[in-house]
Design a protein around this ligand. Structure first.
Ligand code: ADP
Length: 474
């Protein structure tokens, strides 16, 4: 591959890869954040439920008419509340509890009574007293609120602040992890213990969607390479077409020069032949042979004149500026001369040539010599098609056009050859030059006519030549 093609393919790949890769990355990030948000919310709800439970225990204790003895109560509560370290109550300035009287508790009870709800008294980052207006108080350890294994597995880091700084509840990621940090702050839902929860996670390189990116890189690579290959093969096909067209044009102009040479060389001998044949006709004196000889001489004179006309026409063809003379043509006379020249020779080959004019009065506008040349060519092609037994030459009027058609009962034309038939040098015959139909089309175009071809059912081909009508029927 050329460096230019490689760099174009690379740019195409970049254009394909980058936007989709960015979208994949963004989708993956959004998914991860969504999961992180949900898991943090689950952890926050689990912690909230536990702390609300503390409020329920305090409310129950306050409602009891005979307060139980704290030292006895503690062992019965601890199995279901592993976070409970101690409890007690302060009533009328007297402390009864499973631990020593905690400093600051009296003030906390007063504050709770003022607020009408329990308040917290932090001992350190993990432990705190929860003090109710009734004087009942629970000593709690936040580290044991939830067993670490019960937190959602995708949570990485979680802290809870009971009042003396953040307490790490979960640390599944190394603090030195580098990458993109996602985090969330949420307070607990318990009115008396609205401790802030902080959850975060660092998205490291290992978290990025490498598999999806690699798959897309490979797919977009294939796509870019495929597109480049397709573009190259299209350009190559165009180049080849252009080369074929150029070659055809070159051959045509060579042929034009050749034709001009042939015309120059042959015009004189042909004129001489004409003169000699006429003289021979005059000199014939054998009475019996005279009609047959005359017939033959007339035919050869006609052929010779036609040859001369065709040659001069070829010369005109290579001068594109030469205008084609257009006159009113009599189709019957044209067909008669064609039949006169070809009928016998075709009959000898077992081929019947017929002429039928559906509108005898109609007159097309055209150049008689060019028209003869076209019809001769079409009849010749039909006769050359293998298996042809009859050739029908027809004349008809369709709209404002006169239509000549030449139909045969030969093999017809292959579907793939049909659109290329009028191309110069297109031939299927070993000896063919592929110029006959191209020339016919050029001649038709010069008369404002057009040619078409179609296959017939069950067999055979039909060529038509449409010419403008001269006007009203004569
Ligand atoms: P050439 O006769 O030198 O091959 P033409 O331009 O006259 O060139 O014709 C091109 C091709 O068209 C022929 O090679 C032949 O395959 C096909 N063709 C023309 N007329 C007929 C027909 N009547 N039936 C079948 N094939 C035809």
């Amino acid at each position: 591959m050329k460096p230019l093609t490689i760099s174009r393919t690379f740019v195409l790949w970049l254009v394909l890869f980058c936007p989709i890769a960015a979208w994949i990355g963004w989708q993956d990030y959004a998914d991860r954040y969504e999961r992180f948000f949900q898991d943090t919310s689950i952890a926050q709800r689990m912690l909230s439920q536990k702390t609300v439970q503390h409020e329920a225990v305090l409310a129950t204790l306050a409602a009891l008419s005979h307060p139980p003895i704290p030292e006895r109560l503690l062992p019965s509560l601890q199995p279901s509340m592993p976070q409970l370290l101690g409890l007690g109550y302060l009533r009328d300035g007297v402390w009864a509890g499973s631990t020593d009287f905690p400093p600051g508790l009296a003030a906390a009870v007063r504050q709770a009574q003022q607020l009408g709800r329990p308040v917290t008294l932090a001992l350190d980052e993990a432990r705190y007293w929860l003090v109710a207006p009734s004087g009942w108080s629970l000593l709690l350890d936040a580290r044991h609120l939830i067993p670490v294994a019960d937190f959602p597995p995708s949570l990485a880091m979680l802290t809870l602040d009971v009042g003396a700084g953040p307490l790490t509840l979960l640390a599944r990621q190394s603090a030195s992890s580098a990458g993109l940090k996602i985090d969330l702050h949420k307070p607990l839902g318990a009115v008396s213990q609205p401790f802030p929860v902080h959850s975060w996670r660092t998205l490291t390189l290992a978290d990025w969607p490498w598999t999806a990116w690699l798959a897309w890189a490979a797919a977009s690579c294939l796509l870019a390479a495929g597109t480049t290959a397709w573009q190259r093969s299209r350009a190559e096909a165009r180049r080849q077409q252009e080369a074929v067209r150029l070659a055809a044009m070159t051959r045509l102009s060579t042929l034009g020069e050749m034709a001009a040479g042939i015309a120059h060389e042959l015009n004189q001998p042909l004129t001489a032949i004409l003169a000699q044949v006429r003289a021979a006709e005059r000199l014939l004196d054998d009475e019996e042979e005279r009609p047959a000889v005359r017939q033959a001489l007339l035919a050869s004179a006609g052929q010779a004149r036609r040859a001369a006309d065709i040659i001069s026409r070829m010369r005109e063809l290579v001068k594109p500026s030469s205008p084609s003379p257009r006159r009113v043509v009599d189709p019957d006379a044209l067909a008669a001369s064609l039949l006169f020249l070809r009928e016998d020779e075709l009959a000898r080959r077992g081929i019947r040539l017929t002429w039928r004019n559906a509108r005898p009065g109609a007159r097309p506008l055209g150049d008689r010599v060019a028209l003869e040349q076209i019809l001769h060519n079409l009849v010749q092609n039909a006769a050359d098609a293998s298996g042809t037994r009859s050739i029908a030459l027809n004349g008809a009027v369709e709209g404002s056009e006169y239509v000549f058609s030449v139909s045969d009962d030969g093999p017809g034309i292959d579907a793939e050859a049909l659109p290329r038939l009028f191309e110069p040098f297109y031939t299927t015959r070993p000896q063919g030059m592929g110029l006959g139909l191209a020339l016919c089309e050029t001649l038709a175009g010069a008369m404002d006519g057009r040619m078409t071809v179609r296959n017939l059912e069950p067999r055979g081909a039909c060529f038509t030549l449409r010419l403008p009508l001269a006007g009203a029927d004569a």
